[in-house]
Design a protein around this ligand. Structure first.
Ligand code: DQA
Length: 142
């Protein structure tokens, strides 16, 4: 199984960015964590990050026919992007949403997730662990 792991804006700033919310580990530690989790689950992963909505839309579209599933943390675009929701629906791949923090316990504007409407499930508030849970979910529910 080949899974595309997508990370949205400002996740490249992990470790520096609001460590009380997102932790002290940096983005490269997240990438290592996801790759190790994939290895343990015997699945193939490609991990990408972009600060640009259109780039994320392009990658979701390109995943069609190339990947068997998507794990996505759309970051701030979670709460704003109908374009990402539509791209996920268009590609039609099984998709799981991940958030490092628990968006439901934060500001009200973070409670809505457009991307989540096209996702099988969401793992939130589990830090890096949410990504391994998401990979596991896709492996078990294919
Ligand atoms: C986030 C939560 C979002 O609300 C926020 O904009 C992010 C990160 C998370 O992983 O907890 O950038 O997706």
């Amino acid at each position: 199984m080949k899974i595309l792991v997508l990370n949205g804006p400002n996740l490249n700033m992990l470790g520096i960015r609001e460590p009380s919310i997102y932790g002290r580990q940096d983005y490269s530690a997240l990438v290592d964590f996801v790759k190790n989790a994939a290895q343990e689950l015997s699945c193939e992963v490609e991990v990408r990050q972009s600060n640009h909505e259109g780039v994320l839309v392009d990658w979701i579209q390109e995943a069609y026919g190339k990947f068997d599933g998507i794990v996505i943390n759309p970051a701030a675009y979670t709460h704003t992007s109908v374009a990402i929701l539509d791209a996920l629906k268009a590609a039609g791949l099984p998709t799981v949403e991940v958030h490092l923090s628990d968006i439901m316990q934060r500001e009200e504007f973070r409670h809505i997730s457009y991307a989540g409407m096209a996702c099988k499930t969401t793992f939130k508030g589990l830090g890096f662990e949410g990504y391994s849970k998401a990979l596991e979910y896709l492996m078990l529910n294919r």
